[in-house]
Design a protein around this ligand. Structure first.
Ligand SMILES: NC(=O)c1ccc[n+]([C@@H]2O[C@H](COP(=O)([O-])OP(=O)(O)OC[C@H]3O[C@@H](n4cnc5c(N)ncnc54)[C@H](O)[C@@H]3O)[C@@H](O)[C@H]2O)c1
Length: 281
């Protein structure tokens, strides 16, 4: 993977975080986003991150400038070429399939990875010409901090794609774990109940958001469920639940929450909109 260019589709929370991780591992990076203002936000977040690293004495000014010179941004699908492509657009099967179908045309030999939280990779890969090139690579939020990466080979993923992905994840200094291709893989399947049960307690009016979070944190969880949903993006968390619910043929244990739906309808997405279950300055 040395000297390879990494292409990231979607410059949102995960896209820009993964870009930072790749830059730190000395890769060149290009981010594609449909919206100019999403790219501007991504650029600002990446610059702020490396500025903080500079202020903390973790990198020199020269290093910061080199890192920032290694990234490009584009809204043009046809300018977007890379050796290893990681998709991080919203959790929607059709959107992901359409993008990969287009991107594959200009990148027939590239490795194609999805950062989906729940959608089986085999299902995404069913739309493309070269499913042997596709794999799941699931980072966690915030990507620069979280060590774990789920690596998900699909039914038709080739051994070469899997081996190159393991090598790539190792080069990012992350802990890759190979998991089977099933809805939600392991982490999101388990974690769903953390969010859903907390939302149920709220819905049943047993206590408030802050108390639930305090209790969870006192039990040893790093972040309460509501703080975590605000960090992830309330709308992203909700669509992840919806996707899992559909994928498991509407099993009641994965049923989405009405309270969360209301937050989404009101545009209260959490930290990114300055209000979700909490308010932010
Ligand atoms: N947020 C999390 O904590 C988290 C963690 C792990 C995985 N994921 C998964 O990562 C993916 C992205 O999530 P996110 O939280 O970064 O979402 P986000 O909403 O923060 O970012 C999505 C980005 O995709 C862009 N986009 C939308 N349509 C596009 C298109 N047609 N072409 C190019 N760009 C487009 C948007 O402008 C936005 O910048 C989802 O599949 C999600 O399930 C999210």
């Amino acid at each position: 993977m040395e000297n390879k260019r990494i292409g990231i589709i979607g410059g949102g929370i995960m896209g820009y975080g993964i870009a930072i991780v790749c830059l730190q591992a000395n890769f060149k990076v290009i981010i594609l986003d449909k919206y100019e203002n999403s790219l501007m936000n991504a650029q600002k977040n990446i610059e702020d991150y490396f500025e903080k690293s500079l202020q903390k004495g973790k990198i020199s000014l020269e290093k910061k400038n080199i890192l920032l010179s290694n990234i490009n941004f584009t809204t043009n699908l046809y300018d977007f070429t890379a050796d290893y492509i990681i998709e991080a657009v919203p959790e929607n099967l059709k959107l992901k399939q359409e993008l990969f179908t287009e991107i594959e045309k200009n990148n027939p030999l590239s490795l194609l990875a999805s950062n989906t939280s729940t959608i089986p990779i085999t299902r995404i890969a069913s739309a493309i010409q070269n499913p042997q090139n596709m794999i799941g690579i699931h980072f966690f939020n915030p990507a620069p901090l979280m060590k774990l990466v789920e690596i998900i080979p699909a039914e038709k993923t080739s051994d070469t794609t899997l081996q190159k992905t393991i090598e790539f994840v190792n080069s990012l200094q992350k802990q890759g774990v190979i998991v089977k291709d099933s809805p939600g893989f392991i982490v999101n399947r388990v974690a769903r109940h953390y969010y859903l049960e907390s939302l149920k307690i709220l819905e049943e009016n047993i206590t408030d958001v802050q108390t639930i979070d305090n209790i969870l944190e006192n039990c040893g969880f790093k972040m309460g469920a509501f703080k975590l949903m605000d960090l992830i993006g309330v709308e992203t968390n909700h669509s992840v639940t919806q996707s899992l619910y559909e994928s498991y043929f509407y099993e009641p244990r994965f049923q989405p929450s009405i309270i969360q739906q209301k937050k989404v309808d009101a545009g209260l997405f959490g930290k990114k909109t300055k209000a979700g279950f909490y308010k932010y300055d």
